[in-house]
Design a protein around this ligand. Structure first.
Ligand SMILES: [Cu+2]
Length: 138
């Protein structure tokens, strides 16, 4: 009896996560900067296990900075309202394409460090990641 109760409790505890966690993130990176305030960008790969498209709607950081979702059109960066991750699909944020722009960082970002991010999706999911600060490269 006791064991059943334990098992039930365990399953119930896992259920909300199992039904919600559709988005996952791999290889989040941000380019290092020489000084505070120098614009930089975050890249990563987003995966959607769900049956419906999900949009990355907003990004925040516990570190003071101004974060904006950017796309690229005709070689120029443009602000975008959301980054769509197709159902059962992936989106790669990469230089020259979609990215998360970081303006007005209060500190310079040194290679080897981390930059904390909270990704907010329009399905209510919220994912915290630590982007690895890497040397600038194309
Ligand atoms: Cu940009």
């Amino acid at each position: 009896m006791r064991r059943i109760f334990k098992t039930l409790f365990f399953m119930t505890a896992l259920l909300p996560l199992g039904t919600l966690a559709k988005i996952s993130v791999t290889n989040p990176i941000i380019f290092a900067t020489q000084q505070a305030g120098e614009p930089t960008a975050v890249f990563m790969e987003l995966h959607n296990d769900g049956n419906e498209a999900v949009n990355l709607a907003m990004v925040q950081s516990s570190q003071p900075a101004n974060l904006v979702l950017h796309g690229t059109q005709n070689g120029k960066m443009i602000t975008t309202d959301g980054i769509e991750i197709p159902a059962k699909g992936n989106v790669k944020l990469k230089p020259g394409g979609l990215h998360i722009m970081v303006f007005d960082s209060a500190t310079a970002l040194q290679a080897g460090g981390h930059f904390p991010l909270t990704l907010l999706f329009d399905n209510g999911e919220k994912i915290q990641v630590k982007a690895n600060v890497v040397k600038y490269s194309q």
